[in-house]
Design a protein around this ligand. Structure first.
Ligand SMILES: NC(=O)c1ccc[n+]([C@@H]2O[C@H](COP(=O)([O-])OP(=O)(O)OC[C@H]3O[C@@H](n4cnc5c(N)ncnc54)[C@H](OP(=O)(O)O)[C@@H]3O)[C@@H](O)[C@H]2O)c1
Length: 332
């Protein structure tokens, strides 16, 4: 099998295009002592990839032009010169958009795929996605039972986990999603107390209706107009968890800031960003809480597959148009 890897060859202007990437083939590299060869099976498609492709200052350096596109992924060890990683072991890590990874094992974590409903759960609720929801709510949101929690992109990977975790912690949860099908999923399958179809309802009116006493915690995945509408309905001492701002990622330096930020003053509220990489060393803590919920049917995950690495750009675009329904993966 030849080594196939997708390289970033241009910085996107707006939404990423197919021509921003180039597939390159090469002969597989021989293994040195201590190395493993991983056949990459699934890639995690993340909205932040758009930021990694630009020259914006971020928590990681930009992907260099000509480099293999950065991506999280999971795969199976197919050849090994490392005692820590036997053939057949499943691993997760930053694999890159390629069909195989040769690694010294640094940054790779083994996991038991037979204990999961699907190996892809290691990239959704039991991967960085679920940890983002958990630590965002607990650490940044300081969420308490009985509070009113609002979450945007509620049918998505992070948002769907936020809805369920907040429900399991005894909160009242209002989810925003685009369209009737996604809203029905958030309410009927994830258990939100109320949903707002932001594409077909006036968000400020709907927030007033569903949060008459105001909002204690807003888990923000989207930024833009929805963040502004939430800012007008904060309860005293509210917390805004700035997880992401997908509505602004393709705008580059023209990203729109929140016009209603002065509401933070009168509400004595806090708005704080976070990046999950700062909490990965505490993943065991989160999994210990979430695994029993999953076993008891109180935490689920919807996976959305795009077939083939050549379709990586299309899979990425699906996030910004809302075509994905659940955690977007590419199956290699
Ligand atoms: N801080 C961290 O460490 C961290 C880690 C992981 C992810 N994140 C962030 O978390 C957010 C969610 O990521 P994810 O992987 O779970 O993606 P996702 O929610 O599964 O997919 C993105 C969703 O965003 C919604 N969306 C797209 N454009 C929108 C717009 N203009 N306005 C409102 N909603 C829009 C779409 O849902 P609808 O169909 O409902 O519009 C789409 O399905 C992203 O902002 C991401 O960058 C942050």
């Amino acid at each position: 099998m030849s080594h196939r890897a997708l390289h970033l060859i241009a910085r996107p202007d707006g939404t990423p295009k197919d021509s921003d990437f180039e597939m390159r083939e090469s002969a597989p590299a021989a293994l040195a002592d201590g190395q493993v060869r991983v056949a990459v099976k699934y890639l995690s498609i993340d909205p932040a990839m758009r930021v990694w492709m630009s020259e914006q200052k971020s928590y990681w350096p930009p992907v260099g032009l000509g480099e293999v596109m950065r991506s999280g992924g999971i795969g199976e060890v197919v050849e090994t010169k490392s005692e820590k990683f036997p053939v057949g072991a499943w691993v997760s890590g930053m694999t890159g958009v390629q069909n195989e990874l040769v690694s010294d094992g640094k940054g790779l974590q083994r996991f038991d795929a037979s204990k999961l409903p699907h190996p892809g759960w290691a990239l959704s609720v039991f991967g960085a996605t679920g940890l983002t929801a958990y630590f965002g709510l607990i650490e940044i949101g300081a969420v308490k039972s009985g509070e009113t929690v609002v979450v945007s992109a509620a049918s998505g990977a992070v948002g769907s986990a936020v809805v369920q975790i907040a429900r399991n912690l005894g909160c009242r949860v209002i989810g925003l999603a685009g369209g009737p099908q996604k809203c029905a999923y958030v309410k009927d399958e994830l258990g939100a107390d109320a949903v707002i179809d932001y594409k077909n309802e006036k968000v400020s009116d709907a927030l007033k209706k569903h949060c008459p006493e105001g909002i204690d915690v807003y888990f923000d995945n989207v930024g833009g107009e929805i963040l502004d509408a939430v800012l007008k309905r904060l309860r005293l001492k509210a917390r805004i968890v700035l997880c992401g701002g997908i509505s602004q990622y393709n705008a580059g330096s023209e990203a729109r800031g929140p016009a209603n930020y002065l509401s933070l003053i009168s509400a004595r509220a806090r708005m704080e960003g976070f990046v999950i990489i700062d909490y990965l060393h505490r993943s065991g803590e989160a999994i210990a809480v979430m695994a029993p919920w999953a076993q008891g049917g109180k935490l689920t995950s919807k996976l959305d597959f795009v077939e083939g690495m050549d379709n990586f750009p299309e899979a990425l675009r699906r996030l910004y148009s809302g075509q994905n329904f659940g955690k977007q993966l590419v199956k290699i």
